[in-house]
Design a protein around this ligand. Structure first.
Ligand code: BEZ
Length: 217
Protein backbone atom coordinates (compact mmCIF):
# COMPACT_ATOMS: atom_id res chain seq x y z
CA UNK A 1 0.00 0.00 0.00
CA UNK A 2 1.09 3.56 -0.61
CA UNK A 3 0.10 6.61 1.43
CA UNK A 4 0.29 9.87 -0.49
CA UNK A 5 1.00 12.68 1.94
CA UNK A 6 2.32 16.20 2.21
CA UNK A 7 4.59 17.24 5.05
CA UNK A 8 2.55 20.08 6.59
CA UNK A 9 -0.89 18.44 6.42
CA UNK A 10 -2.25 17.60 9.89
CA UNK A 11 -4.69 15.14 8.29
CA UNK A 12 -1.83 13.23 6.67
CA UNK A 13 0.12 13.36 9.93
CA UNK A 14 -2.81 11.70 11.68
CA UNK A 15 -2.48 8.71 9.32
CA UNK A 16 1.31 8.65 9.72
CA UNK A 17 1.13 8.77 13.52
CA UNK A 18 -1.37 5.90 13.53
CA UNK A 19 0.88 3.85 11.22
CA UNK A 20 3.79 4.37 13.63
CA UNK A 21 1.70 3.69 16.73
CA UNK A 22 0.50 0.39 15.24
CA UNK A 23 4.03 -0.55 14.16
CA UNK A 24 2.96 -1.21 10.56
CA UNK A 25 5.28 1.20 8.74
CA UNK A 26 6.88 -1.73 6.88
CA UNK A 27 3.63 -2.49 5.06
CA UNK A 28 2.85 1.05 3.88
CA UNK A 29 5.11 3.08 1.59
CA UNK A 30 4.97 6.80 2.30
CA UNK A 31 5.09 8.99 -0.80
CA UNK A 32 5.46 12.74 -0.33
CA UNK A 33 3.60 14.64 -3.08
CA UNK A 34 5.48 17.83 -2.16
CA UNK A 35 4.12 21.19 -1.06
CA UNK A 36 0.47 21.66 -2.02
CA UNK A 37 -1.33 24.82 -3.02
CA UNK A 38 -5.13 25.06 -3.03
CA UNK A 39 -4.76 27.04 -6.26
CA UNK A 40 -3.20 24.17 -8.21
CA UNK A 41 -4.29 20.60 -8.80
CA UNK A 42 -1.76 17.96 -7.76
CA UNK A 43 -1.42 15.37 -10.52
CA UNK A 44 -0.53 12.46 -8.23
CA UNK A 45 -3.47 13.15 -5.91
CA UNK A 46 -5.93 13.81 -8.77
CA UNK A 47 -5.01 10.50 -10.41
CA UNK A 48 -6.31 8.71 -7.31
CA UNK A 49 -9.54 10.54 -6.54
CA UNK A 50 -11.79 13.29 -7.89
CA UNK A 51 -11.13 15.63 -4.96
CA UNK A 52 -7.37 15.48 -5.55
CA UNK A 53 -6.73 15.82 -1.83
CA UNK A 54 -4.12 14.13 0.32
CA UNK A 55 -3.84 11.94 2.28
CA UNK A 56 -4.90 9.12 -0.01
CA UNK A 57 -4.22 5.43 0.59
CA UNK A 58 -3.52 3.47 -2.60
CA UNK A 59 -4.40 -0.20 -2.13
CA UNK A 60 -3.31 -2.97 -4.51
CA UNK A 61 -6.25 -4.35 -6.52
CA UNK A 62 -8.76 -2.22 -4.57
CA UNK A 63 -10.08 1.32 -4.68
CA UNK A 64 -7.96 4.09 -3.18
CA UNK A 65 -9.26 5.43 0.11
CA UNK A 66 -9.78 8.97 1.37
CA UNK A 67 -10.17 10.96 3.66
CA UNK A 68 -7.94 10.65 6.75
CA UNK A 69 -10.71 9.22 8.95
CA UNK A 70 -11.53 6.48 6.45
CA UNK A 71 -7.84 5.72 5.88
CA UNK A 72 -7.19 5.46 9.62
CA UNK A 73 -10.17 3.21 10.20
CA UNK A 74 -9.08 0.97 7.33
CA UNK A 75 -5.47 0.70 8.59
CA UNK A 76 -6.76 -0.08 12.07
CA UNK A 77 -9.17 -2.72 10.69
CA UNK A 78 -6.59 -4.30 8.35
CA UNK A 79 -4.24 -4.74 11.30
CA UNK A 80 -6.91 -5.81 13.79
CA UNK A 81 -5.78 -3.00 16.07
CA UNK A 82 -7.67 -1.20 18.82
CA UNK A 83 -7.26 2.48 17.93
CA UNK A 84 -10.97 2.49 16.99
CA UNK A 85 -12.79 0.91 19.92
CA UNK A 86 -15.45 -1.37 18.47
CA UNK A 87 -18.35 -0.72 20.77
CA UNK A 88 -19.81 1.07 23.74
CA UNK A 89 -19.15 4.56 24.99
CA UNK A 90 -15.40 4.08 24.35
CA UNK A 91 -16.13 4.10 20.61
CA UNK A 92 -18.22 7.27 20.69
CA UNK A 93 -15.66 9.00 22.94
CA UNK A 94 -12.84 8.23 20.47
CA UNK A 95 -14.89 9.21 17.40
CA UNK A 96 -16.16 12.41 19.01
CA UNK A 97 -12.62 13.40 19.93
CA UNK A 98 -11.50 12.68 16.39
CA UNK A 99 -14.38 14.79 15.02
CA UNK A 100 -13.47 17.69 17.29
CA UNK A 101 -9.81 17.54 16.28
CA UNK A 102 -10.68 17.22 12.57
CA UNK A 103 -12.91 20.28 12.90
CA UNK A 104 -10.01 22.19 14.42
CA UNK A 105 -7.74 21.11 11.56
CA UNK A 106 -10.35 22.17 8.99
CA UNK A 107 -10.78 25.60 10.57
CA UNK A 108 -7.03 26.14 10.90
CA UNK A 109 -6.15 24.97 7.38
CA UNK A 110 -8.97 27.10 5.88
CA UNK A 111 -7.72 30.11 7.82
CA UNK A 112 -4.14 29.44 6.72
CA UNK A 113 -5.17 29.42 3.07
CA UNK A 114 -7.44 32.41 3.47
CA UNK A 115 -4.65 34.39 5.09
CA UNK A 116 -2.30 33.47 2.25
CA UNK A 117 -4.57 34.08 -0.70
CA UNK A 118 -7.59 36.22 0.11
CA UNK A 119 -6.49 39.04 2.34
CA UNK A 120 -8.72 42.10 2.56
CA UNK A 121 -11.87 40.52 1.14
CA UNK A 122 -15.24 41.62 2.58
CA UNK A 123 -16.01 39.93 5.92
CA UNK A 124 -12.45 38.53 6.15
CA UNK A 125 -11.89 39.82 9.69
CA UNK A 126 -15.27 38.55 10.86
CA UNK A 127 -14.61 35.15 9.29
CA UNK A 128 -11.16 34.93 10.89
CA UNK A 129 -12.63 35.87 14.25
CA UNK A 130 -15.18 33.10 13.91
CA UNK A 131 -12.54 30.48 13.06
CA UNK A 132 -10.34 31.70 15.90
CA UNK A 133 -13.27 31.45 18.30
CA UNK A 134 -13.94 27.89 17.15
CA UNK A 135 -10.32 26.93 17.68
CA UNK A 136 -10.04 28.48 21.12
CA UNK A 137 -13.38 27.05 22.25
CA UNK A 138 -12.19 23.62 21.09
CA UNK A 139 -8.93 23.99 23.02
CA UNK A 140 -10.94 24.94 26.14
CA UNK A 141 -13.13 21.83 25.77
CA UNK A 142 -10.09 19.60 25.26
CA UNK A 143 -8.42 21.10 28.34
CA UNK A 144 -11.53 20.20 30.36
CA UNK A 145 -11.63 16.65 28.97
CA UNK A 146 -7.96 15.79 29.09
CA UNK A 147 -8.52 13.69 32.21
CA UNK A 148 -10.44 11.18 30.06
CA UNK A 149 -7.62 10.81 27.50
CA UNK A 150 -6.31 7.24 27.20
CA UNK A 151 -2.72 6.24 27.96
CA UNK A 152 -2.81 3.87 24.98
CA UNK A 153 -3.93 6.35 22.35
CA UNK A 154 -7.04 5.87 20.26
CA UNK A 155 -7.73 7.72 17.05
CA UNK A 156 -9.15 10.48 19.27
CA UNK A 157 -5.92 11.26 21.12
CA UNK A 158 -3.88 10.91 17.90
CA UNK A 159 -6.14 13.40 16.09
CA UNK A 160 -5.98 15.91 18.95
CA UNK A 161 -2.17 15.76 19.00
CA UNK A 162 -2.01 16.39 15.24
CA UNK A 163 -4.45 19.31 15.47
CA UNK A 164 -2.43 20.96 18.26
CA UNK A 165 0.81 20.28 16.34
CA UNK A 166 -0.66 22.12 13.36
CA UNK A 167 -1.61 25.11 15.52
CA UNK A 168 2.01 25.26 16.66
CA UNK A 169 3.21 25.01 13.05
CA UNK A 170 0.99 27.71 11.56
CA UNK A 171 -0.65 29.64 14.39
CA UNK A 172 1.92 30.16 17.12
CA UNK A 173 0.42 33.59 17.72
CA UNK A 174 -2.84 31.96 18.80
CA UNK A 175 -1.09 31.12 22.10
CA UNK A 176 -3.46 28.18 22.66
CA UNK A 177 -1.53 27.12 25.79
CA UNK A 178 -2.52 30.26 27.70
CA UNK A 179 -4.64 29.13 30.68
CA UNK A 180 -4.75 25.55 29.39
CA UNK A 181 -2.06 23.91 31.51
CA UNK A 182 -3.65 20.45 31.58
CA UNK A 183 -3.80 20.19 27.81
CA UNK A 184 -0.34 21.70 27.47
CA UNK A 185 1.11 19.09 29.85
CA UNK A 186 -0.61 16.24 28.01
CA UNK A 187 0.55 17.52 24.60
CA UNK A 188 4.10 18.02 25.77
CA UNK A 189 4.27 14.41 26.95
CA UNK A 190 2.46 13.03 23.86
CA UNK A 191 4.84 14.93 21.57
CA UNK A 192 7.72 12.85 22.91
CA UNK A 193 6.23 9.64 21.55
CA UNK A 194 8.37 8.25 18.70
CA UNK A 195 5.31 8.39 16.39
CA UNK A 196 5.12 12.17 16.89
CA UNK A 197 8.86 12.73 16.67
CA UNK A 198 9.29 10.93 13.33
CA UNK A 199 6.23 12.64 11.78
CA UNK A 200 7.08 16.17 12.98
CA UNK A 201 6.76 18.56 9.99
CA UNK A 202 10.03 19.56 8.40
CA UNK A 203 8.29 22.65 7.03
CA UNK A 204 9.57 25.66 8.96
CA UNK A 205 7.10 27.17 11.41
CA UNK A 206 5.48 30.05 9.60
CA UNK A 207 2.85 31.90 11.52
CA UNK A 208 -0.22 33.42 10.00
CA UNK A 209 0.30 37.14 9.55
CA UNK A 210 -3.15 37.77 10.97
CA UNK A 211 -3.23 38.65 14.65
CA UNK A 212 -5.14 35.78 16.23
CA UNK A 213 -6.35 36.50 19.70
CA UNK A 214 -9.81 36.51 21.16
CA UNK A 215 -9.69 37.50 24.79
CA UNK A 216 -13.36 36.70 25.24
CA UNK A 217 -13.03 32.90 24.92
C1 BEZ B 1 -0.03 23.91 5.09
O1 BEZ B 1 0.92 24.22 4.40
O2 BEZ B 1 -0.29 24.47 6.14
C2 BEZ B 1 -0.88 22.74 4.61
C3 BEZ B 1 -0.53 22.05 3.47
C4 BEZ B 1 -1.32 21.00 3.03
C5 BEZ B 1 -2.44 20.63 3.74
C6 BEZ B 1 -2.77 21.30 4.89
C7 BEZ B 1 -2.00 22.36 5.33
Amino acid sequence: MILLFTDASPFARKCRVLIEELGVADSIELRDVGALSPLDANDMACAQGPLGKVPILIRPLAASLYDSSVICEYINYANQAAAFPVEGEARWRALRLQALADGMMEAAVAMRYDTSFRKNTPHADQWHERQTARLLASVKTLDERVGSFRAIPTIGEISVACALGYLDLRFGNLSWRRGRQSLEKWFSSFSERPSMVVTAPKTPNINSTQELTLETI
